[in-house]
Design a protein around this ligand. Structure first.
Ligand SMILES: CC(C)(COP(=O)(O)OP(=O)(O)OC[C@H]1O[C@@H](n2cnc3c(N)ncnc32)[C@H](O)[C@@H]1O)[C@@H](O)C(=O)NCCC(=O)NCCS
Ligand SMILES: Nc1ncnc2c1ncn2[C@@H]1O[C@H](COP(=O)(O)OP(=O)(O)OP(=O)(O)O)[C@@H](O)[C@H]1O
Length: 201
């Protein structure tokens, strides 16, 4: 089974690209969604122990947690040390299930894929990218986002250029959705064809 990673900076189109892979029948796991589930479940008491007052009604209050960690590098590091191993566990379970189902390929959507040194465990990595002006416009149009918050997040992520340099495939998401979809279909086909060729030789 091909283990494919998907990453890209904030607002570059990871979720959109992931849903396009899913439409092609590829099982998809989203690290962001896993964090959401964990914050409503087994991670909540651990987060509360680390940052008292950030859990309300048994669920992590993301706004309160964000305010607590975004401008405090040590606090964010401590949070990551708690959350990332739990996400890695969920990803391993997901990959096992996909393999058992006989899927030829499975996708892990991981915003911090390169930052967390995850590449070694994947067979190929797709990076979604768009010019920084497009990225900024997309992100600032989201509810609850400010210039300051956007800049703080950007600073914590590997620059887009470096991500593109490390990618096996780059998807340009600055055009119409159909153009993004065509690029994803081509990657999907190339990977499956490559696998078949390998099996034959
Ligand atoms: C800081 C938190 C509470 C903010 O939650 P909120 O709902 O406001 O934002 P959201 O999660 O949608 O993230 C907004 C953007 O920040 C990026 N981001 C999130 N965490 C980090 C991080 N540790 N470093 C860099 N960028 C990050 C996301 O990829 C996204 O692009 C939340 O992101 C969090 O708990 N982060 C730590 C866990 C983590 O590392 N998640 C990243 C994916 S595994
Ligand atoms: N051709 C395109 N391909 C992908 N996204 C596009 C395209 N055109 C416009 N968009 C928009 O760009 C935004 C990208 O957001 P998306 O949530 O997919 O990014 P993300 O990388 O998952 O973000 P985050 O890092 O915050 O989780 C969406 O609002 C989407 O509608």
């Amino acid at each position: 089974m091909i283990r494919l990673g998907l990453t890209g900076s904030i607002g570059m189109g990871k979720s959109t690209a992931a849903s396009m892979f899913a439409e092609l029948g590829v099982p998809v796991h989203s690290a962001d969604e896993a964090v959401h589930r964990l914050y409503a479940g087994r991670a909540a008491p651990l987060v509360e122990a680390l940052f008292p007052g950030t859990v309300k009604g048994g669920v992590v209050d993301r706004q309160a947690l964000s305010a607590r960690v975004l401008n405090d590098a040590a606090a964010l590091k401590a949070l990551e040390a708690l959350v990332h191993p739990l996400v890695r566990e969920e990803e391993a379970t997901f990959l096992d299930a996909a393999r058992e189902d006989g899927a030829p390929m499975a996708l892990l959507d991981i915003p911090l894929l390169f930052e967390t040194g995850h590449e070694g465990r994947l067979d190929a990595v797709v990076v979604v990218s768009a010019p920084s002006a497009v990225q900024r416009r997309r992100v600032l149009s989201r509810a609850g986002m400010s210039e300051e918050k956007f800049d703080a997040i950007l600073q914590k992520q590997m620059p887009d250029e470096e991500k593109r340099a490390r990618a096996d495939f780059v998807v340009d998401t600055s055009g119409p959705f159909e153009a993004t979809r065509r690029q994803i279909e081509a990657i999907h086909r190339a990977l499956l064809d490559g696998k078949e060729n390998k099996a034959r030789t």
